[in-house]
Design a protein around this ligand. Sequence first.
Ligand SMILES: [Zn+2]
Length: 243
Amino acid sequence: MQALLKLQALDTKIADCMQKEKDLPRQKDRFAIQRKRLDEEMAQSEERCKKVEVEQRECAQDIEQRQEKILKYEGQLVDIKKNEEYKAVLHEIDLLKKQIGIREERSIALLYEQEETQAQLEEDKSRINEEIARVEAECAAVDRELAEMVAHREALQATRPDHRSQVDDELLRMYERIRKARIPAVVPLNEESCGGCFMTIRPQIVNEIIGNERVHCCQHCNRLLYYPGNVNFPEAEVLEESV
Ligand SMILES: [Zn+2]
C-alpha cells in the first residue's frame, strides 16, 4: 500500500505538470491579443500622420494649379478687346486669388497639424515598442517555463516504471482501473468514513482495513481505502490536498 501511495503521489505530480503544460500556452494567446492591439495602435498613429501629409500635398498642388490658371488668364488679357470679356477674366483671376488665399491658410494650419501628429507618432512609437518588447519578453518567459515543465514531467515519468514495479500486481490493476474514473484513486480512511466521498464505511470493513487484513474499496465511490496509521507516508496527504 505504501508503494502504491508513492505511485499515486508521483501520478499526481505528473498530472499537475500536464495541466500546467496545457494552461501555459493560453497565456501566450493573451500576449498575441496584446501584440495585435499594439500593432493596430501603431498603424492608426501612422495613418493619422499620413493623412495630414496627403492633404498638405494636395493643398500645395491645388495652389499651384490655380496659380498656373491665373498666369494663363493674365496672358489672355492682352489680346482681349471687348470690355465685358476683359472684366469677366479679371473676375475669374480675382476668384482664383481668393481661393488660393483660403488654401494657403489651410496649408499653414496643416503644417502645425503635421508637427503635432509627427511628434505624437514618435511618442507612440517609443511607447508601443517598449510594450512590444515587454510582451515578447513575457512570451519568451512562458516558453522557458513550458520547456522546464516538460523536462520536469518527463523526468518524473521516467521514474514511473520503477515505482510501478514496487506495487503488488493486483493492487496496481485496481489502482489503474479506478484512476480512470476517480482521482485520487486511493484515499485514507478517516475515523469511519471514506476520505474520498465522506460516506460511512461499515464497521466490519473498517476493522479489516485497520487490521491490514484485506484491501477494500469504498462501497459508495469505489476508491481504494487505506488506514493512515498503517503506512508511513505523510507526503501522500499533503499532495492530495494540494491538487
Ligand atoms: Zn468513498
